[in-house]
Every structure is written in C-alpha cells, then in structure tokens.
Design a protein around this ligand. Structure first.
Ligand code: HEM
Length: 404
C-alpha cells in the first residue's frame, strides 16, 4: 500500500535477490491477466504449493493447464452449480441449528468448518462433516508452511505427516466412488470418466478443489460477519431484503435474483478483504509496460488488496459501503479495478459457485442470527495464501427474535 501510494502505478523493488515489479493500475492488471498473459507463467512461487497440490488446475501451466481446465469446466457450469444450492443452504441451516444464543465462537473456525462441509458435499457428494474439524486443522497446518521462509527438517517432516493425512482422506473418497460405480454428475464423477487420468492426477485435482474451494469462501464470510457487525445500518437493510424475499424460508437458487443487496454486501466485503490478496507471475520474456522494460525473469505482482483500496476508483476507500455495487456505480468503474477472482485464462473456475455459496450462506444464517464482535477482540489481517483474520474472529451469537 505504501509503495503504491508513494511511487505510483509501477514500482520496482527486490525481495532478497529476486527482482519484483508491483503494478497498480486496472489497465496493467488486464494486461497481465488477459491481453498479454502468454508472456507470463505462474512460476516460482507455485513450486511450494505443488508439494501439496501436485499438478492440478491451480498449479499446472500452459497446455497441461488448458487440458485440465477443459476436463473440469463442465462441473462448474451455471446449471450444475444451481443444483448445489439446496445442499448449500442445508449446510448453512445445520450450522445455525448448532449455534446457541449468547455463545462466543471463533467465527473464522465456524466458517471454515461450514465451507469445508459444502465443498465436500457439492463436489464429491461426500459427507465429511464429522471429520471436518480434523481436516480443517490439517489444511490450516499445511497452509502455514507456505509462509515459512526456510524449511527446517522438522517442518518438512511435519508437512509430510499433514500431507499424508489429507491424501488418505482424498483417496478414500475416490475409492468409495469407484466401488459404488455411481455417476453422480459431480466433479469427482466427471474426472473419473476421463480415462486418461492417473490416480495421482485425480488426487491432485481433488486436493486443489478442496483447498481452493473452502478457505477462500470461509475468509470472505468471516470478514462479512465482522463488517456487518460494525455497520448496523447496512445490516438492517439486508435484513429487510431477506424478510421481503424469503420471509424466513431457506433460500434456493431461484431466490438469488431477489437478493441484490446481500450480494452487494459480499462484493464490498471482498473489496476490503479480498481472500486472494495478491497474484504473482513471472515474465518469460522482456515485458514492456508504461514506457518501462521489465526484464525476463522478473516477478510481476498485482494486488487485489492494494487495487481495491485505490482512492481513484473507490473514494474514501476505507469506508464500508455496499452501494458502491449498484449496477450504475459498477458501470463507471474500470472492470479490473476489482478482481477478487483474478481474470483471463486463469480466472477462478469456482467464481459462480463462490458467489452463490456466499449469498446463500449469509442469507440462511443472517435470517436467524446477528453475530456481534466480542468486546475488545483485536481485529487485524494475516496475509498468508489467503487473507485471514490475524487473531481469529471471536463473536457472540445473538438469536434474532420477532419477524425476521
Ligand atoms: C470467495 C471465494 C474465492 C475467491 C476469492 C477465489 C479466488 C481465486 C483467484 C484470485 C484465483 C486466480 C489465481 C491466479 O490467477 O493466480 C482462483 C483460481 C482458482 N480457484 Fe478460486 N476463489 C474462490 C472460490 C473458489 C471455489 C469455491 C473453488 C472451487 C470449488 C475455486 C477453485 C479455484 C481453482 C481450481 C482455481 C485455479 C483455476 C485455474 O488456474 O485454471 N475457487 N481463485
């Protein structure tokens, strides 16, 4: 943030011995992600992610990536996603049924557990809620490793153990399906139908969806509950919308069109706290931008966190204001001033699913609950692979009474 404000749209610096350039304009974001994406690969920073995810969608490059993407795409089509809506609100309702009025919870943990259940159910049709706590713990541990600058032998060994735990679960899901022989039309079935895939490739893809598909959504939801608790006027407006559109009913995909303000709340939440807060690419050849030549081998960074708080596109950027997302307001802003899901060929494959899941879960839970931040709980960001709340998010659950 400081570099961008001090030096502008193109900032060169070094991280250790690595040359890095931070680009801070929507035109450059589009250039890197879309127009000239062939000049980049994901490269170096992903090597570590490969230890967990292998060569799945997120980590593969070039032709291999395109091939993987073609196989997985049908599972994420809008029509298919809509079929997941009921299961998603059911999981939300189950969480709400477990909550107790007046209880203090770590909302970050609650949302992690919820979204892990959802991704397991919707993409693998598996009911792993029972193991969800253990899994969430294993994922959390695994992701911690990406933050380590150097890996001690002890860290490497602990990572191997975590990976083994995760592998065991994923292979179990595959086994169960292979034995049942059912085609359930979910991602697992689609991948199993692709005969060219080895078991290891299958594992890589499932692991990728598991990781990419739950922690991002969990963070978005956690920050949203926090922001709502700090902005009762927006919360009230949202409650009015929920009452008019749902009247206490559990939402389904057909309700989404009637929940525009709830979606605006989520948009604004991901503006201020984008779960993916930075995207890095390595230049394969010399790259010309804004009159400069960025030499081949340089790491180019674009940051959602920085772009989304740029006063040129978001006046008074620290202010939470869902009205920034009315169709009229969106129309006058450059498209790539907002890119929580990236863009171009590497755009998030789960974007439609994420919007649907986010809105449905907020709608389901907010009808019955108004979580409030625990007095004195510190709130800060912890930019790991995703943007987490540094101290978790301790909240007091308040059951709503009267007409929702
Ligand atoms: C709020 C929720 C989410 C956010 C903010 C998010 C963000 C992103 C971003 C920024 C990228 C691009 C990374 C890059 O270009 O380097 C990405 C890629 C990806 N996301 Fe998401 N994501 C979310 C939810 C999901 C969900 C629900 C799934 C799956 C169920 C998913 C699966 C993936 C996959 C597989 C990729 C790699 C795509 C490719 O390279 O072809 N994401 N996501």
């Amino acid at each position: 943030m400081q570099m961008a404000r001090e030096y502008g749209d193109i900032v060169a610096f070094k991280l250790g011995r690595q040359d890095v350039v931070l680009l801070n304009h929507p035109d450059y974001v589009k250039d890197v992600l879309v127009t000239r994406h062939r000049q980049f690969h994901k490269g170096g920073p992903l090597q570590r992610a490969k230890r967990l995810l292998g060569e799945g969608l997120l980590t593969s490059e070039g032709d291999q990536h395109l091939q993987r993407r073609r196989i997985a795409q049908p599972a994420f089509h809008r029509a298919r996603i809509a079929a997941y809506a009921r299961a998603i609100s059911d999981y939300g309702a189950r969480t709400g049924a477990r909550w107790q009025h007046g209880a203090t919870v770590d909302m970050a943990g609650e949302m992690m557990r919820l979204t892990l259940g959802v991704v397991s159910k919707t993409l693998f049709d598996a009911d792993v809620e029972a193991e969800a706590d253990e899994l969430a713990q294993a994922f959390a541990e695994a992701l911690e490793y990406y933050n380590l600058v150097t890996w001690t032998p002890e860290a490497t060994e602990r990572f191997a153990r975590v990976r083994h735990r995760l592998d065991t679960l994923v292979y179990r899901l595959v086994d169960e399906r292979q034995q049942s022989g059912n085609d359930r039309g979910d991602l697992l079935s689609m991948l199993l139908a692709e005969r060219h895939m080895t078991n290891e490739q299958l594992r890589d893809e499932l692991m990728t969806i598991f990781v990419a598909g739950h922690e991002t959504v969990a963070n978005a939801l956690t920050w949203t509950w926090y922001l709502l608790s700090q902005h009762p006027e927006a919360e009230t407006r949202m409650h009015t919308e929920l009452r008019e559109a749902l009247g206490g009913r559990q939402p389904d995909s057909s309700d989404l069109a009637h929940l525009p303000y709830t979606r605006q709340v989520l948009s604004e939440s991901m503006r201020l706290y984008p779960p993916g807060w930075v995207i890095g690419r390595t230049a394969l050849s010399d790259y010309e931008v804004g009159g400069y030549v960025v030499p081949a081998g340089t790491v180019v960074l674009i940051s959602q966190y920085v772009m989304h708080r740029d006063p040129r596109f978001y006046p008074d950027p620290e202010r939470f204001d869902p009205d920034r997302w009315t169709p009229e307001a969106v129309a006058i802003r450059p498209k790539y001033a907002y890119f929580p899901f990236g863009g171009g060929v590497r755009q998030c494959i789960g974007e439609s699913m994420a919007w649907m899941e986010g809105v449905l879960l907020i709608a389901t839970l907010a009808q019955d609950w108004t979580p409030r931040l625990l007095d004195g709980h510190p709130v800060g960001t912890r930019p790991l692979v995703t943007l987490r709340p540094r101290h978790g998010m301790k909240m007091i659950l308040q059951k709503r009474t009267g007409p929702c």
